[in-house]
Design a protein. Structure first.
Length: 277
C-alpha cells in the first residue's frame, strides 16, 4: 500500500529500488543497526514509525535489514510492503526466543523448521489448519551457516505466540495467563521454542512463493526457569546475526549453482553417481 501521493510504502516508508533481494528481519530496531555494522557500505537508511531499514552490501551481496518491532501484526505489514517493492525477496528472521526443552542452553541458537500458529494475524490469509513452515532451502542454509561458524544450535518447531505473557503461559504478572500448563503441553509436543513472529512470516512467504527462515538466540529456558545473563546476551545475538548473514550468502550460492531451479544434491556434480541406483 503506497502512501497517498507518493511512491513509498505507507508504513515502512521505502520506495522503489531501496529493498535488496536478500532481507534480514529483526524485531528490535536497534538490532537492525547492529546488523548493518557488518555491511561494507550502506546506501539506504530510513526510519518510519517503528520500522527501521538499512540497505547495503555484505561481502558482495545486496542485503536489506528491517527492524519490524514486536509481533505478527508488525511482521505482516513489513513483509507485505517489502514484497511490494521486491516480489522475489528471500527473508531470514534473526531474533530471540525462549527455549522449551531443558537441553537447549541459554545462548544457543534455534533454527525453526516450522511454526505452531498461536496467533490470529495469519488467519487473515489462510484457514486455521494451514501449516506454517520454513522453506527447506532456508533451513539448509541456516544449518550450514551454524555448522560452519561452530555456533551451537538446535532445530525444531517454533510456537509463535500473539503475546509475551498470556499466550506464553506466564503466571508471575499482575494478570495471570489462563493457560498455566501451556509450557508443559508444548514440551510434550516436542516444541523447541517460543517467539512472536515466525508463523506469520512463513505463511506469507509460502503464499507469495518466496523463501523464509528463522534463527533465534535463546534468551530464556522455560523448562529450567533461567534467563540469560546480561553479559551473554550480546554474544548470543552476535552469533544469530552472523549465522543469518552467512546463510544469505549460502542461499545466494545455492541459487547461482542451481541456475534458478530448486537446489538439491542431485543437481550438484559432486553428489552425482554413475550407473544404476
Amino acid at each position: 500500500m503506497e502512501a497517498p501521493g507518493s511512491d513509498r510504502q505507507y508504513h515502512i516508508g521505502l520506495g522503489p529500488g531501496e529493498v535488496a533481494p536478500w532481507v534480514l528481519l529483526v524485531g528490535d530496531p536497534a538490532r537492525a543497526h547492529r546488523v548493518a555494522r557488518h555491511f561494507q557500505s550502506v546506501r539506504v537508511e530510513r526510519q518510519s514509525r517503528e520500522f527501521v531499514t538499512l540497505t547495503g552490501e555484505f561481502q558482495g551481496l545486496p542485503v536489506t535489514v528491517t527492524g519490524t518491532g514486536i509481533g505478527c501484526d508488525n511482521i505482516e505489514i513489513a513483509v507485505l510492503e517489502l514484497l511490494a517493492l521486491q516480489p522475489n525477496a528471500t527473508f531470514l528472521r534473526v531474533g530471540s526466543c525462549g527455549a522449551l526443552p531443558e537441553h537447549i542452553a541459554l545462548g544457543d541458537l534455534v533454527i525453526s523448521t516450522g511454526a505452531l500458529r498461536l496467533e490470529s494475524t495469519s488467519l487473515g490469509f489462510v484457514e486455521p489448519g494451514y501449516p506454517a513452515f520454513a522453506h527447506h532451502e532456508a533451513v539448509l542454509a541456516l544449518v550450514s551457516a551454524a555448522e560452519s561458524l561452530r555456533a551451537p544450535y538446535a532445530c525444531g518447531v517454533t510456537a509463535t505466540a500473539s503475546g509475551f505473557y498470556g499466550w506464553q503461559g506466564r503466571q508471575d504478572m499482575a494478570v495471570r495467563s489462563r493457560m498455566p500448563d501451556l509450557v508443559a503441553r508444548l514440551q510434550e509436543q516436542n516444541v523447541a521454542n517460543f517467539e512472536m513472529e515466525s508463523s506469520t512470516l512463513f505463511t506469507l512467504a509460502t503464499l507469495a512463493g518466496v523463501r523464509a527462515g528463522t534463527v533465534c538466540a535463546a534468551y530464556t529456558n522455560r523448562a529450567r526457569e533461567q534467563v540469560i545473563d546480561a553479559a551473554e546476551k550480546e554474544p548470543a545475538e552476535s552469533r544469530a546475526i552472523a549465522v543469518g548473514l552467512r546463510a544469505l550468502r549460502f542461499l545466494a550460492r545455492m541459487e547461482e549453482r542451481s541456475q534458478g531451479n530448486p537446489f538439491h544434491l542431485a543437481n550438484q556434480e559432486a553428489f552425482q553417481f554413475d550407473g544404476e541406483p
